[in-house]
Design a protein around this ligand. Structure first.
Ligand code: C5P
Length: 234
């Protein structure tokens, strides 16, 4: 059976709009990703509402606190039965071990390494001066692996290399753009910077377990057609 690896990122402020979009494309995605903004705004109620659609729910909460607090947070969301939860690898080994121990059996715990919003200067400013972002991300990936997490969040550019080091890892890849949008970049539709962009198919072929896709579906003129078109490439 060909399981659909696409998780739709529902980064919409309104619960009714998020629910309507998810229902519209539900037959052509594999799950729903809810972030911190959604969770802070709509909490458990919002997650319960979206659960009614019947798809797995990925809670992208990027937890980062002392081990005891993160374990408590994991226990508090256990009732929501998330399929995936994210934590920051920078929280350290004990935090990741305790997060994994507190997660349910069917919940993947995946580490965020270095946020893509941080560059080398940002890392130096917080005292991570020995490493460039890429080296720091690899270091944190290794730490997450040795702490017993299921995998990491990484870009479509990194997933091939990370997969070759961590064969049975679970890799969540955001920042994807369909090849079709890329081809249309010169026409002003999508991104023109072709070198940096990875398509869902390319990421999957490189070893991605989950493809996180937001705006290419949510902001499409026809979200259903966009979700179908992406599914057809996989
Ligand atoms: O760009 P798009 O709308 O497809 O992003 C989907 C999701 O991926 C968003 O929830 C965003 O927060 C996340 N993302 C990420 N790291 C990136 C790019 C996007 O976590 N570098």
């Amino acid at each position: 059976m060909n399981h659909n690896p696409v998780y739709l990122a529902l980064d919409l402020p309104r619960l009714d709009a998020a629910e309507a979009l998810a229902r519209k494309v539900a037959g052509h995605i594999g799950g729903i990703k809810l972030g911190l903004e959604f969770f802070c705004a709509h909490g458990h109620h919002g997650v319960h509402e979206l659960h009614k659609i019947g798809l797995p729910i990925f809670l992208d909460l990027k937890l980062h606190d002392i081990p005891n607090t993160v374990a408590g947070a994991m226990q508090a969301i256990h009732v929501l039965q998330p399929s995936i939860v994210t934590v920051h690898a920078a929280g350290g080994r004990a935090m990741m071990e305790d997060a994994k121990a507190a997660a349910g059996e069917n919940c993947k715990v995946v580490a965020v390494t270095v946020l893509t919003s941080l560059d080398g200067d940002d890392l130096a400013a917080i005292g991570v001066s020995a490493a460039d972002p890429h080296a720091q991300a690899l270091r944190l990936a290794e730490l997450a692996h040795s702490a017993g997490l299921d995998g990491i969040v990484c870009s479509g550019h990194e997933v091939g290399a990370v997969h070759s080091q961590w064969k049975d890892g679970y890799f969540v890849v955001p920042g994807l753009r369909p090849a079709e949008g890329r081809a249309n970049g010169s026409a002003g539709n999508g991104k023109g910077d072709q070198k940096r962009i990875v398509s869902p198919r390319e990421a999957r072929d490189a070893g991605a377990s989950v493809l996180v896709i937001g705006r290419p579906i949510s902001r499409a003129e026809d979200p259903l057609a966009a979700a179908r078109a992406i599914e057809a490439t996989l």
